[in-house]
Design a protein around this ligand. Structure first.
Ligand code: C2O
Ligand code: CU
Ligand code: CU
Length: 477
């Protein structure tokens, strides 16, 4: 029986790393999601299916996945080619498959209007044309996204340009290039996964007490004595991680959501909010084991139990018999930092609202929604605004008491400022999701069309906020 890797609830903020439990138990080796390489074939098949998963070695949970019982394969496709997707839904409720971060037109974006009915098939052609990046895909049915992702309808999608060897970046899947899907989960006493949404979860988002990496609990990653690339996805519904390495060594950020930076940024601590991805290099040439931890995970302005906690995410052990392929940190990555011409003729303001106290009753009385943007909860039948194709716009997004990861479909954006100052180091690259802690100013150009029938979404990626109304939709034409 395993010892569950639990959050240390109640630990004080920024707990000393040395107080984290050291790794003693013999963990099972971490498995990667299966790699579905479609770079040559230009096509892939995903079948949404139900299955059962025994997460803790105690009892089986009913789960969903693509082509397997829980989560989906890592899709690898060319960064510059059409790819033919074939989605089959064998579940008994409707789903969608949204390509989060893919710059594709609204008519293949897979949002809440593009449902795949039980038994039905959806065959979109994705005209991928953007820099190499780590994206993801997930179901996106309004009001049910939180449950669908929790059940397992999510996976990673790599856009590859085949140039990583040239750049000196690790690229051997599962060897020195690891895909890590971070999710927190809750289990009942028998060890079955539990997604129960009371008023607290609706307000704060769902938080689990147990960490899963790629759907596995209490695992160990074995790495060569070289430079290793971690492609991190925060696939949690609501938990915000503050990632660090237990011995204080830096993570070298090489890519944000929408692609490579110009050069690595050394970070001792990195925030990863739901929906965000980051690629980091970790230097193992000293041969020492280390543990990826989250030293503080919170939605800070709200205090209360569970708001401050630390936990082990994944221990790494160096196997000296594995021959390292890369032993030097790449210096120049060949990516570029966003530098859009113009300042955005159209300025839009977005205030992310959650109903509190008396406001909660008033708001629920009207629509049953706890969350809204600019006072209006999401409505499938309302287009919130129209954007002119080719326009550069400046969006000013303000949160309230909580931090909200704000995501926009169909664009990559530049973070111009955070709370009036320059963006945090980790937010310098092209992004599609940004954690708004106070206020953030974003600049983007809309180069792809989206119709009234199949519009783009913008929303908070805390899935219970999104499901509860913190979302809007727009056209581009
Ligand atoms: Cu990752 Cu609109 O979603
Ligand atoms: Cu998206
Ligand atoms: Cu939110």
């Amino acid at each position: 029986m395993t010892t569950r890797r639990k959050f240390l609830a109640g630990a004080s903020a920024g707990i000393a790393l040395s107080t984290l439990p050291t790794i003693a138990q013999a963990q099972t080796p971490l498995a990667m999601p299966p790699l579905l390489d479609a770079t040559k074939t230009g096509r892939f098949d995903l079948t949404a299916q139900s299955g059962s998963t025994n997460f803790l070695g105690q009892a089986a949970s009913n789960t969903w996945g693509f082509n397997q019982p829980y989560l989906g394969p890592t899709l690898r496709v060319s960064h510059k080619n059409e790819v033919q997707a074939r989605i089959k839904n064998t579940l008994d409720e409707e789903i969608s498959v949204h390509w989060h971060g893919a710059l594709v037109p609204g008519d293949v974006d897979g949002g809440p209007h593009q449902t795949v009915a039980p038994g039905a098939q959806w065959n979109p052609t994705l005209p991928i044309n953007q820099p190499a990046a780590t994206l993801w895909y997930h179901s996106h049915i309004h009001g049910h996204t939180g449950r669908h992702v929790q059940m397992g309808l999510a996976g990673v999608m790599q856009l590859s340009d085949g140039l990583d060897d040239q750049r000196g970046l690790p690229s051997l899947y599962g060897v020195d290039d690891l895909t890590l899907v971070l999710q927190d989960r809750r289990f009942d006493r028998r060890g079955r996964a539990e997604y129960s949404i009371g008023m607290h979860e609706q307000m704060m988002g769902f938080a689990g007490d147990t960490m899963l990496v790629n759907g596995q609990e209490n695992t160990l990653a074995t790495v060569p004595r070289g430079v290793v690339r971690l492609r991190l996805l925060n696939g949690s519904n609501a938990r915000i991680y503050a990632l660090a390495l237990s011995d204080g060594r830096p993570m070298h950020l090489v890519a944000s959501e929408a692609g490579l930076l110009d050069q690595p940024i050394a970070l001792k601590q990195m925030t990863l909010a739901p929906g965000e991805r980051a690629e980091v290099l970790v230097d193992f040439t000293n041969g020492r084991d280390v543990t990826l931890v989250t030293i503080l995970s919170s939605n800070t302005s709200m205090s209360g139990p569970g708001s401050k906690s630390g936990a082990i995410i994944l221990p790494f052990t160096v196997d000296p018999t594995l021959k390292p392929r890369i032993t030097k940190l790449a210096k120049s990555l060949g990516g570029s930092l966003p530098q859009l011409p113009g300042t955005g003729l159209t300025r839009r303001e977005f205030t992310l609202n959650s109903a509190m106290g008396g406001g909660m009753m008033r708001m629920m009385g009207n629509s049953g929604n706890l969350h809204s943007i600019n006072g209006a909860p999401f409505d499938m039948a309302t287009i919130n605004f129209d954007v002119i194709l080719g326009a550069t716009e400046r969006w000013v997004v303000a949160g309230g008491m909580m931090m909200h990861p704000f995501h926009i479909h169909g664009v990559s954006f530049q973070v111009l400022s955070e709370n009036g100052g320059p963006p945090r180091l980790q937010n310098r690259g092209w992004k599609d999701t940004v954690l708004v802690n106070g206020q953030a100013e974003l600049l983007m150009r809309f180069d792809l069309p989206a119709s009234r029938e199949l519009p783009y979404m913008y929303h908070c990626h805390i899935l219970e906020h999104e499901d509860g109304g913190m979302m809007g939709q727009f056209t581009v034409s």
